[in-house]
Ligand binder design. Structure first.
Ligand code: ARG
Length: 388
């Protein structure tokens, strides 16, 4: 059902209008020239080559260099990311051939598991992007993973409307349950991965536990903290964004990096529509939670974030604090300006979720300009349930 990635050579029609893909490809090549990865002559020749391949097959295959350097620029262009200082350190694992032809879901799944192991790297988390086959000409899309991240916890909606686990994944959890998956029902059940080829049936796979490193959260000064039973997965791996590169759409391109402590302490475990743990932390601290004016939320948020940082450090897992991250971001910005480039950024995504005004990004202004190449969100694939 899937067209082969290797296309037969055909004669090239002499007059082809320059389509949007060719224009995007030429634009990427111009950027590679501007950044010193390609000579102008090589780019010109490559532009002609791509035009011919497009005319013959409707698609084209990017060179390793176009893929690697292009993916790095896509990261650099993304307005949501505070960690772009490290954009040149992104590694790309080329898995464009995997599963192609047979629409093999398990082939994709095996690579995704291997991606997690490689990115984990014994705790020294790697900046790793794995790229699968892009959307083929004439196909409705490329392969997809339903999950927003490769490792995420299930959220079980209870009869009284409360949620056990991560309220952020309730819809996905219900979708995989309708497909026959049964979790343990704990607060931290790792969701299975749902893998789907365009036009094919989705299949779910349980992740092996050795591919799911986690960190239990304890506090450097409060011995009671550990008994709260909080934990989080060691690093994030965004798996639902499309890499838009040189006119091609890589619909499955999971991206791993290390965490900033505020993402876990000041969002995932504390947002009222996520794990909502501040009341429990505040009770442990003996704070008066009956009045906002005691600032119990602020104090609990700070200690929870400190506990996250401490626990990841103790476990030997890469993590950075928001002060260091924002300083690096400003250095990145200055470096970009020196190279005559802007720094597209969304202020609300760059300012950390806690202590924003104490970081250097607070005083600055950013434009969330969208330029290509880039990463972009994609629509979710699961059908909505009938239970509302
Ligand atoms: N905020 C998301 C989470 O808490 C992860 C987003 C990417 N973050 C990163 N440090 N690369 O899981």
């Amino acid at each position: 059902m899937k067209t082969s990635h290797l296309r037969a050579a055909q004669s090239v029609p002499s007059t082809q209008p320059v389509g949007p893909v060719a224009a995007e490809a030429a634009d990427l090549l111009r950027q590679l020239v501007a950044e010193g990865h390609l000579s102008a002559e090589a780019a010109e020749q490559r532009t002609r080559e791509i035009a011919a391949e497009l005319a013959a097959t409707g698609g084209y295959r990017q060179s390793d260099q176009e893929l690697l350097q292009g993916a790095r620029i896509a990261w650099r262009n993304n307005p949501q990311c505070i960690g772009k200082f490290y954009w040149k350190g992104l590694e790309v694992w080329d898995c464009r051939e995997v599963g192609v032809g047979g629409c093999d879901e398990s082939g994709l799944f095996e690579v995704l598991v291997e991606h997690l192991r490689l990115a984990w790297n014994g705790g020294k988390v790697r900046l790793l992007l794995t790229v699968f086959t892009p959307t083929e000409p004439g196909m409705p899309g490329g392969p997809r993973v339903w999950n927003g991240q490769l490792i995420r916890y299930a959220g079980y909606r209870q009869h009284d409307g409360s949620v056990v686990g991560d309220p952020g994944t309730v819809e996905l959890t219900e979708a995989v349950q309708r497909m026959g998956w049964r979790g343990q029902g704990t607060e931290y059940d790792v969701l299975p991965l749902v893998v789907q080829w365009p036009g094919g049936e989705p299949r779910w796979f349980e992740l092996p536990s050795d591919a799911v490193p986690e960190v239990r959260i304890s506090h450097p000064e409060y011995p009671w903290f550990e008994a709260l039973g909080l934990r989080w997965h060691a690093f994030p791996t965004i798996s639902d964004q499309v890499l838009e590169l040189g006119g091609l759409r890589y619909t499955l391109a999971p991206f791993s990096a290390w965490y900033t402590c505020a993402e876990i302490g000041a969002r995932n475990l504390s947002d009222t529509n996520r794990y909502d743990k501040l009341p429990a932390v505040a009770r442990g601290m003996g704070l008066d939670t009956t009045r906002d004016r005691t600032l119990w939320r602020d104090r609990a948020l700070l200690e929870l974030t400190a506990a996250v940082l401490h626990s990841y450090d103790q476990a030997g897992v890469s993590i950075i604090d928001h002060h260091f991250a924002t300083k690096q971001f400003v250095r990145h910005e200055e470096r970009e300006h020196k190279h005559g480039r802007g720094c597209p950024a969304d202020w609300s995504a760059i300012v950390p979720a806690t202590s924003g005004s104490t970081t250097p990004v607070w005083q600055r202004r950013y434009e969330p300009t969208r330029v290509h190449p880039n990463f972009a969100p994609q629509p979710t694939l699961w059908p909505s349930g009938t239970d509302g």
